[in-house]
Design a binder for this molecule. Sequence first.
Ligand SMILES: [Zn+2]
Length: 466
Amino acid sequence: MKRSNTFVVRPLSNDGEQVLRDLLDASAALWNEINYQRLMRYNDEDGFEGEDVWDADTGRLEGKYKGVLGASTAQTVRRANSEAWRGFFENKKAYHDESNTSVKEHPEPPGFRGNEDDGRVLKGVVRKDAYTVKWGDRSRLEIVVGEELRDRHNSPKSRLRLEIVGDPNWPDYEDQSRLEFWYDETDCTFRASQPVTVSDETRDTPLADETAALDIGANNLVACTTTTGEQYLYEGRQLFDRFRETTREIARLQAKLPEDRDSSERIRRLYRKRTRRRDHAQEALCRDLLERLYTEGINTVYVGGLTDVLDTHWSVETNTKTHNFWAFVKFTKRLACTAEEYGISVEIRSEAWTSQECPQCGGTDRTTRHQDTLTCPCGFEGHADLTASETFLERYAEQAVRPMARPVRFEWDDHVWSESPRSHRPKEQRTDPSIVHRDGNVASGVVRKSEISVMTRISDSRTESA
Ligand SMILES: [Zn+2]
């Protein structure tokens, strides 16, 4: 199995940070020079007519940067650029092939790392044999740097040592591939991604054969119910608010652009920031959720959802924005991929998207949903998304669903999903349902009050974006 460890790296000194910046900057510069030569030929610009992308003298450029980057890294940058061009040509072919529907938008040739106004984007690659990672109490990464760079910073060592923050998802692996690393301007940190090959035996096997069902939405990213009687709710409000804020800022900047331009580096950076933030939250959500499901002994997860997204009072425009925000397909892929690590299988059941069934009387045509609350004339009132995931689970689970404990709510703080102060159950009480029931009335009273303010805010945001 191919997997990757993504982590934050910290230089050990100011000088170390400068070496790292210079290294990433030179990597980006080499990438840009190679890419420029190839793009000129691709576009048949003056002086390059009749030449092929692959005719560019990349060996000369590689040589020019070898002193700073080291020979292996310079070569790796060239290879990475070649791969990007090959990928582009493949996509282009698929786009023009009518029998192939995998590529729907006309692909663009590989881009540059940064631009003249904002400078280069700090991003680089290191060949698999030119770096080492040592995992432990003080994990560290060492990468090869070129002689010129060493001289410039009076560094006698051929390798730059960096501190790794946090633990790897995959500490045991058979092989590593090309390391990618970059400066993340959203939170001013250096990050690296180490692709690794892990043996299939390291894959977990489920502890039991319980089942879970997920309802996916925008207000609540994921509502989950398990046959073991657990309910989890991952709240998406803050994330969605920030997504909308950035989208507005993009629109404002676009309106100010001169007529002959349709984008700017600032706009592109905001798009990147928006995507990265969402991806980060999604990735963390998948891991947090699957870790819990694994502990519960779940072996199959049914995924349905977008109940609130497809709700009629969301305008078409809002729907588009929400789809962009949530990137449902991407999320389910990520979920399935993470689930594979735990040996849990993911089943998509799209038909569960449409109706909202009352769990008490089974009726669907008389239930009404108002924001997060589902009500039925039979007297039922409950959280709409959690109810949806519960009904969904009843439909597909082969075993009986155990009585429900109080749901656990999670909020995103830009780094981790943690239990919300509005959560029905404090963390330490999770394993002892008796305490939960004793406090039940008080807890629900508190929650209801704060929920009203949440609902009001969600309802405001809906009106604004509608
Ligand atoms: Zn009912």
